[in-house]
Design a protein around this ligand. Structure first.
Ligand code: ZN
Length: 335
C-alpha cells in the first residue's frame, strides 16, 4: 500500500491511487557545485587590458558561484515527487506554477498549477535526474533511484498462427495501415492534467497477464507484454480509468481488434484492446468511470479479456502499479 512520507514545502502533492511500490519522497538537493578554478597568473606581467579582462572574468565567475550557492541555499526544494519509483512506474510531481521541468535533459510538460507526470519504462535506467527551474530563476536538481524489477515469462499457445508470424502481403499492408493510424493518433497530447485524480480499474476480474512479461506466443519469443490483462466475459462494460480525450476508436485492428486510445494529457495515454463494442468517437472527451466500450475477444487473443496498456511519451508503463489493488473481482471467466 501507499507509504506516504513527509513532503516538504509544497502546497499540495499529487497522489495517485494506492498501489504497490508507491511512496512519496521529500527531495533533497545534490551537493553544491564547486567554485570554478581560477586560472594561474603567468610570470610575465600582463598588460593593463589583460588585467582588466581577468578582473571582469573573475567577477563574472564569482557572480556565478554566488548564483549557484543561492540555488542550493534555498532548501527545502520547491518541488515534490510521488508515485512508483520503479521500472514501469509513473511518478507524479508538483512544483510552482510557471516552473519548467526537465527529466534527463528532456522537457516535461507542466500544467498551469505546476503539476507534471513522468514514466519509467520496463527497462529504464536505474537513476534519473530532474532539473526544475523556478519562475524566479532558481534551479533545483534532484536525482532519483528507480528500482529494478524482474519480469516473468509467459507462454501462450493456441493463438491463431496468422496473428503471430508468417504474415501475407495483405496482412502486412493492414498492419502498416493500423500502425499509421496509431502514430497519427499519438502525434499530439492535450494540456489538461487528466491523470491528476488517479486511475481506477476499467474492468475488474482475474488478472490473466501482467506488464512486462517475456512472451512466448505459439512457441515464438515475442516482445514483452505491453500491459495488463483482465479476464472478463464478452460484453462487460469498460470504463474510463481517468478522464481523457479519445484519440482513436477502431473496431478492427489486426492485432488489437477493437481498440480505443485515450489521451489523459501530458503524453500519458491508455489503450484498451480486444473490445467487442466501442461506444466513443475520436475527439470525444470522457469522464472517469464513463463506459467507453465492451470487453471482447477480437484481435490476437485466446479468449475474452481486456488488455489495458499505458504509455508516457512513448514509453510503456505498468497500469497495475498506477491503478493499485482491485477492490472487487467480478465478471469472472474467460482468459
Ligand atoms: Zn494483453
Amino acid at each position: 500500500m501507499m507509504r506516504l512520507l513527509s513532503v516538504m514545502a509544497m502546497s499540495f502533492v499529487v497522489a495517485c491511487a494506492a498501489a504497490p511500490a508507491q511512496q512519496s519522497i521529500a527531495v533533497q538537493a545534490t551537493a553544491p557545485i564547486s567554485a570554478p578554478a581560477i586560472e594561474k597568473i603567468d610570470k610575465a606581467k600582463p598588460s593593463e587590458d589583460e588585467m582588466q579582462a581577468r578582473r571582469a572574468n573573475f567577477a563574472e565567475a564569482m557572480l556565478d558561484v554566488a548564483e549557484r550557492q543561492k540555488v542550493f541555499a534555498d532548501e527545502p526544494l520547491r518541488f515534490s515527487l510521488s508515485g512508483a519509483f520503479t521500472q514501469g512506474g509513473l511518478v507524479f510531481g508538483a512544483t510552482e506554477p510557471g516552473a519548467t521541468v526537465r527529466l534527463d535533459g528532456d522537457d516535461v510538460m507542466v500544467d498551469k498549477d505546476g503539476r507534471f507526470v513522468v514514466g519509467f519504462g520496463r527497462d529504464s535506467a536505474l537513476t534519473s535526474l530532474f532539473v526544475v527551474t523556478l519562475p524566479d530563476g532558481v534551479v533545483e536538481r534532484h536525482s532519483i533511484n528507480i528500482t529494478d524489477r524482474e519480469f516473468p515469462v509467459q507462454r501462450i499457445d493456441g493463438l491463431d498462427q496468422s496473428k503471430v508470424s508468417g504474415f501475407t502481403e495483405e496482412q502486412l499492408e493492414k498492419i502498416a495501415v493500423d500502425s499509421a493510424k496509431k502514430k497519427a493518433a499519438r502525434a499530439n497530447t492535450q494540456r489538461l492534467a487528466d491523470w491528476a485524480s488517479g486511475f481506477a480499474w476499467p474492468v475488474t476480474g482475474r488478472i490473466s497477464g501482467v506488464f512486462g512479461s517475456q512472451r512466448i506466443l505459439n512457441g515464438e519469443p515475442k516482445r514483452p507484454h505491453s500491459g495488463v490483462d483482465v479476464a472478463a466475459i464478452t460484453g462487460t462494460p469498460v470504463r474510463a480509468p481517468a478522464p481523457g480525450v479519445v484519440t482513436l476508436a477502431e473496431s478492427d485492428m489486426y492485432f488489437e481488434g477493437g481498440l480505443i486510445l485515450l489521451d489523459h494529457g501530458h503524453w500519458l495515454e491508455s489503450a484498451f484492446l480486444h473490445l467487442s463494442q466501442i461506444d466513443v468517437k475520436p475527439g470525444q472527451r470522457v469522464e472517469k468511470g464513463e463506459i467507453i466500450g465492451r470487453v471482447g475477444a477480437t484481435g490476437r487473443v485466446t479468449g475474452p479479456h481486456l488488455h489495458w496498456s499505458m504509455k508516457w511519451a512513448g514509453r510503456l508503463v505498468d497500469p497495475q502499479l498506477t491503478a493499485g489493488e482491485m477492490e472487487k473481482t467480478d465478471n469472472s471467466s474467460g482468459d
